[in-house]
Design a protein around this ligand. Sequence first.
Ligand SMILES: [Zn+2]
Length: 431
Amino acid sequence: MNNALPERLYNEIRKMPVIDTHEHLVWDEEVRCAEQSDVLSEYLLHYMRSDILSAGMKQEDLSFVVDSGKNITDRWKTVEPYWELCRYTGYGRALDITVQGIYGIDGVSGRTIQPLNEAFLAHKKPGHFAWVLRELCGIETCVIDIWTFHIENKIPMFKPAWQPQNFIMPSEPFGRDIMAHIREKHGLEVRCLDDWMEALEREMTLLLRRYEAGTIKTSIAYHRPLRFEKTGYVKAKALFEEALCLWERKRIKNDALLEFPRELQDFMMHHVMKLAAQRHLTVQFHTGLFEGTGNIISNGNPELLSNLFIEYPEVDFDLFHIGYPYQSVACALAKMFPNVFIDMCWAHIISPSASAGALRDFLDAVPYNKISAFGGDYMFVDGIYGHLEIARRNVASVLAEKIGQGVFSEVKALEIAKALFYDNPKRILKL
Ligand SMILES: [Zn+2]
């Protein structure tokens, strides 16, 4: 196929506004600026870090590489052989595109690491987020996974997706102080399951109202399979009391995490779904691959959620990360359930080609109002630029193919692109 069509589509897509469905940025840029960091420590917070570990680097060596107190040239030399092995993965490519687009520097390498770090540090000041996100990326709104409850938003283009996870399965790092938080924020002393459910409802109401948000998020698949069976109230109440007793005993010795058995987690997930149904919320579910090294991928199979899709038709389910490597399963689910949507966040850098292939399939099988094209899923802002460029190229090339096959016209293709990057996420995530 000649390259003029994808290039023309890409250039038009670049002018379109973007809704970014998912990020992990801090809500206060001054917090980021006050942290000691440099370009290597920030760019290796995640993703490329995981590929480098996968390539075989030892954790101790990586700890040296991300220590911004040490000489950057020495640290680069240590990481360089592994970086070169990872340069052509989605994570590696995103960073090379990023430094070119943001700092005008030709890739991350031994030759560029010094000037790149100087440029990075010169830009490490309040205003950098807005410059990258708005000016360079054309992003209108970012949905931020706030993980926890301790945050005051200082950036107007950010919208939260609150995680109720610590009420379903208290987890590190924030699950530890949840009782203190409930006492402090809601004046509630939790003695039984009813108090716990009340605390969850108050927290949800407070945060959704404060941020005028209609979306919640869960990444619980990192810790357990996504199948949630039904547990009766009487059973759940007894299990909660046992869990509380055990926690109180353990807490005498240390600051133990409140631990829920599987059936109690299941009960709480169904309770969250009931509350979400009453409020017609969208629930963003982490499905598929896990960040980091070493986890059980089948826990994230989106098919496991089927009973929730059936039982809660009023809830909109936004399946994250195309369920990679279960993207065909995600596609079939979105085709079959009116309340299931596909979110391509993180996907274009997990595997650019798998994402393009998946999008080709989605457009053949699923009504296009159900697909959101982009969410950066980064903890550091610069990476979003490179990721979005890969996403735009992917969408342009898949649309160009379909035009070539006579599926739709160029005008229609641009209408679909606008739906994927903007109209769909805005509607699905109730922004
Ligand atoms: Zn994420």
